[in-house]
Design a binder for this molecule. Structure first.
Ligand SMILES: NC(=O)c1ccc[n+]([C@@H]2O[C@H](COP(=O)([O-])OP(=O)(O)OC[C@H]3O[C@@H](n4cnc5c(N)ncnc54)[C@H](O)[C@@H]3O)[C@@H](O)[C@H]2O)c1
Ligand SMILES: O=C(O)C[C@@H](O)C(=O)O
Ligand SMILES: [K+]
Ligand SMILES: [Mn+2]
Length: 353
């Protein structure tokens, strides 16, 4: 029996609800397999922990996470009680930085039974590789002076190492898929970092003559995600551009509640972290309405990473069977609860197993 140690961080809001669903699905997948055991340890870190202790996670939190094979996270944030920059930098971004999760890989594709808001969507299947360690998300800067003299400085940080790392990953990924990489740029307006980004892209592309390349400014690219998502294969983007593009990608699929993501430690030095694209959704938290598919699809990405691709595929197939049958939450035009969707996925898996 192979034992996989998973650290579960439900976090806040709907994160807690969808985590409970995905854990049941993982358990069912292990039962079906017979040769693997997922040992899931819960850490109740997040905004409540902040209220109680003044920190989103304990001081030794990162060290404890390093002991696991993977980290599985729901969502972080409760803006009614903790400012968003405190909660995100105190947990989600802290984990991304300290576990060196330098890439954030976020697929978007048409799912059976889920209606895209596009009138006649073609069969799109794309993956955004989001640089996850620097860029526009930087602590370099500060706020000085007061009142009318107040000044905020926010520096973007773009290193050759991290830029090239994201691009190489995108090229290697494209080799296994549609052999196209699009670079998200804004070199017409952002005058230092983005021409640098373009230069590194052109230089890196030389090592991948078999891959078709293009660059598009982020404004136009955002529009193309809506008007022709089927034209994309792999997109490589800076931290902020990738963040925005992946919400658009999930919207084009039908809901932000279904999109998954993998925060990867490419060197393998620390565990990778898996979390849905969506946040804690305070507007629907506690009502049993949250779509669990983003978290469940994220579990599939985690299983793929751990080498259990057959189990991952079984989970996604069962999920699509359920959406096709019409058992869906309200965000994707259904009337079912989180629990009903979860139970339907579990019984579909059971039938398959
Ligand atoms: N990775 C993360 O942990 C993460 C990601 C995004 C936002 N956040 C945080 O979450 C909080 C809320 O942020 P926001 O409102 O900008 O984004 P959000 O993703 O939480 O919500 C945006 C919209 O999508 C809906 N939605 C999200 N997840 C859903 C699901 N599973 N099922 C159905 N509908 C869903 C919400 O109801 C809301 O209308 C903030 O504190 C923010 O900082 C965290
Ligand atoms: O990275 C962020 O800004 C947090 C959240 O919006 C995300 O996409 O994970
Ligand atoms: K999340
Ligand atoms: Mn986001």
């Amino acid at each position: 029996m192979n034992k996989i140690e998973i650290a579960c961080l439900p976090g806040d809001g709907v994160g807690i609800e969808v985590m409970a669903s995905a854990k049941q699905v993982l358990q069912k997948a292990a039962d079906m397999h017979g040769g693997v055991q997922f040992s899931m340890t819960d850490f109740p870190w997040g905004s409540d922990h902040y209220i109680e202790t003044g920190a989103m996670m304990p001081e030794d939190g990162i060290e404890r996470l390093k002991e696991f094979d993977a980290v599985f996270l729901g969502a972080v944030g409760n803006p009614a009680v903790v400012p968003d920059h405190i909660s995100l930098w105190g947990m989600l971004i802290k984990i991304r930085r300290e576990l060196e999760l330098s890439l954030n890989v976020r697929p978007a594709r048409l799912i059976k039974g889920i209606q895209s808001p596009l009138r006649s969507p073609k069969d799109f299947d794309l993956i955004v590789v989001r640089e996850n360690s620097e860029g526009e998300y930087s602590e370099a800067g500060g706020v000085i002076h007061n009142g009318q003299n107040e000044i905020a400085v926010q520096n973007g940080i773009f290193t050759r190492k991290a830029t090239e790392r994201a691009m190489r990953y995108a090229f290697e990924l494209a080799r296994t898929r549609g052999k196209k990489v699009t670079s998200a740029t804004k070199s017409n307006g952002i005058v230092h970092s983005m021409p640098f980004w373009d230069r590194v892209f052109q230089e890196t592309a030389k090592d991948y003559p078999d891959i078709e390349t293009s660059s598009a400014h982020i404004d136009a690219l955002s529009a193309f995600f809506v008007t022709k998502p089927e034209s994309f294969d792999v997109i490589v983007a800076s931290n902020l551009f990738g963040d925005i593009l992946t919400d658009i990608g999930s919207a084009v699929m039908g809901s932000i509640g279904i999109a998954p993501s993998a925060n990867l430690n490419v060197e393998g030095t620390y565990p990778s972290m898996f979390e849905p694209v969506h946040g804690s959704a305070p507007d629907i938290a506690g009502q049993g309405k949250a779509n669990p598919i983003g978290q469940i699809w994220t579990a599939k990405m985690m299983l793929d990473h751990l080498g259990y691709t057959d189990l991952g595929q079984a989970i996604l197939d069962a999920t699509e069977e359920v959406t096709e049958s019409g058992i869906k939450t309200a965000d994707i035009q259904g009337t079912s609860s989180t629990e009903e969707v979860t139970q339907a996925i579990l019984s579909t898996l059971q039938k398959k197993g």
